[in-house]
Design a protein around this ligand. Sequence first.
Ligand SMILES: Cc1ncc(C[n+]2csc(CCOP(=O)(O)OP(=O)(O)O)c2C)c(N)n1
Ligand SMILES: [Mg+2]
Length: 793
Amino acid sequence: MDTVYTGEASLQEKLSFEKFRQEVLSDYQFACESRETSLLARKEVLTGKAKFGIFGDGKEVPQVAMAKFFKPGDYRAGYYRDQTFMFASGLATSEQYFSQLFSDADINHDPFSAGRQMNSHFATRITDENGEWLDLANRKNITSDMAPTASQMPRAVGLAFASKVFRNNKELNNLEHLSNNGNEICFCTIGDASTSEGHFWEAVNAVGVMQVPLAIFIWDDGYGISVPTKYQTTKGSISAALQGLQKTPGTNGIDIYKLKGWDYAGMCEVLEPAIQKIRDTHTPAVFHIEEITQPQGHSTSGSHERYKSPERLAWEREWDCNRKMREWILENELADEHELVEIELTVKRHVKQSKQNAWDKYIAPLRELVATACGVLNKLATSNPDIIQIIHELEENKEPLRRDVLKALASALDIAGDNENTIEVKNYYSKLRAEYAKTYNSLLYNEGPKSALNVTPINAYYEEDAITVNGYEVLNHYFDELFAANKKVIAFGEDVGLIGDVNQGFSGLQKKYGEQRIFDTGIRELTIIGQGIGLAFRGLRPIAEIQYLDYLLYGLQPLSDDVCTTHFRTVGQQSVPLIVRTRGHRLEGIWHSGSPMGMAINALRGMYVCVPRNMVQAVGMYNTLLQSNDPALMIESLNGYRLKEKLPSNLLAYSLPLGVPEIITEGTDVTIVSYGSMLRIIGEAVESLTKLNISCEVIDVQTLLPFDIHHSIIESLKKTNRIIFIDEDVPGGAAAYMFNKVMEEQGGYKWLDVAPRTLTSQAHRPSYGSDGDYFSKPNVEDVIRVIKEMMAE
Ligand SMILES: Cc1ncc(C[n+]2csc(CCOP(=O)(O)OP(=O)(O)O)c2C)c(N)n1
Ligand SMILES: [Mg+2]
């Protein structure tokens, strides 16, 4: 009996040893494949086949270790060093890696960005073609990588935070495709030098406070390009610098682990329980992975021999993680030299073949394009030697770009001049231009059923006995109905929870709907936006509040770099339906009266920018946005919360179309184009102007992005032949933008009888007090004066 038992145990032991051995060798194989990919990819750049390369060499072993614990449902918010992790997680192949390196515009080849992103910028699909969320709880999810250092931190906070929401809010339990009881971890990676960014510190503090499942891996190779740790980090060690955040019994905070990047076994041993703890307890952790190397330096843009000493370079060679893993395998007799050489040779052949396949797939359609273009050009039936030369050069081009083809067509057309032989070439040229506009310029916004522009508008409906309430009460009624009807909606920000925001839009609603849905955050605009990004990624409908428009600047970077580019850079595979709610334009003083609309609309192409003049209008916009996957900035009028408005009875249905201006006063002499709280000043001026027999047509553009999509303003101008654009931004800001839209895009210049005007605030921030306001912002008398001037011209 005993003998049999012992025999079984040893068989099991043997089996589990073999399994372990195979796993280690598989990891080693991934590490080798990744290294070989880095080495070959660098050569492709240096020989001119690709423009730029940045690689994960030196970080292979910690990433195969990390990948072991990355489970379906989990998220990664990382940076450009993580190819090994992607390979080991089964989310990328070396062939796809090369396709992205070559900027292959075919999404079947570069599934991360269809050639829109530099290499090593990964992503996985999160929505289907119709914009519906996939079963993310059963997939490994990669949120699209970005180049700005530490820009992954804000959204990492949000991705982890969403798990907390899913775990604590039982009303979301039925969303099984989005979460499995909040068990999902966000794996975040960052370079050692990038921890110097404020983003990093704000993020670690926020997750320490909130206790959310974030695992931050710091790849510490001692340098940020050429700048070493001593110039980056207090005490020369990020884990030492973070000590005050360490969680201890009875406190919140984060767990901090220090690991060696070449120590495969050591990392696996620590990571297994550590990651499980994050999953179970939602305690965030930092893994400071030290002693990492960079065998090929930072990127293809320079050589590290310029700034690393010979001693450092020698140390890096000796402590190369792949080399150390190899030694460890041999020492522990998990494989012999022969077996490892076999793996290494197999990998070399595989990567070489992958590179070749990627190149062949990339170049084949371009060569076909050249053949077709030359065929079409030949039909110009010309004996012109210059055109023959153009065709010849194109045919000879071994590595043609689309650009070369379009240049050839355009030059040939210029030379051929206008004659009937050119029609086919002209048509072909136009067809290609349209096709490549789709390839390179599409999907800044959602274009399908989830486009905010495709939402069916529904008018506001008023009962005969509709009550009149304060503006903030309109929002309060609306948010009450919204939170009852849509469990996915979550609102948060400074003072949003307990007091229901500084203007009481959410007053009483935390009590009614719970702290999971309406809550306060710390004063940290970057990561408030990050929380919104993460929640939106994970299929919820966040309304992230920035208390005043003036403080949008603090949260602008993740909006501009991340939110605005996500749909574009993933060619529509990811969306961030985040609504940023703020209030602005006119109150008191330098930092509570700003209207930096030019800044916003220029930085936020990729979001919609709504500028309602009153709160009912805002409601209509919120409803439209919530039916779409497009992100938006909603700027409520600070001085509108206490103004009386009639309350519509279809608060939840009323959906206002974006990009459709409203004529709020009809007139025949002058068209006044404006938005937001400025319209109230204009209204007062118009009363006086009417008495002077000047008939004003006042147009509220309602949204700056998009802007007057049906070109209705020109129709007003055709009638009045005079136009002025007024706002509270600095000169050359949003008023100049509106001017450009109407004059250039709508051809408004053709209908002018007098010079068109803009009327704006002064270039400086508004001075304090009522006189400060009067002399800083456009006032009633300014409006009257300029319009009288226009009438007299
Ligand atoms: C905001 C910002 N500033 C500067 C850069 C240029 N840059 C790219 S990578 C890098 C160094 C990053 O070093 P580290 O975080 O240690 O990552 P590593 O490349 O060493 O893995 C710099 C300065 C950038 N991409 N973004
Ligand atoms: Mg570094």
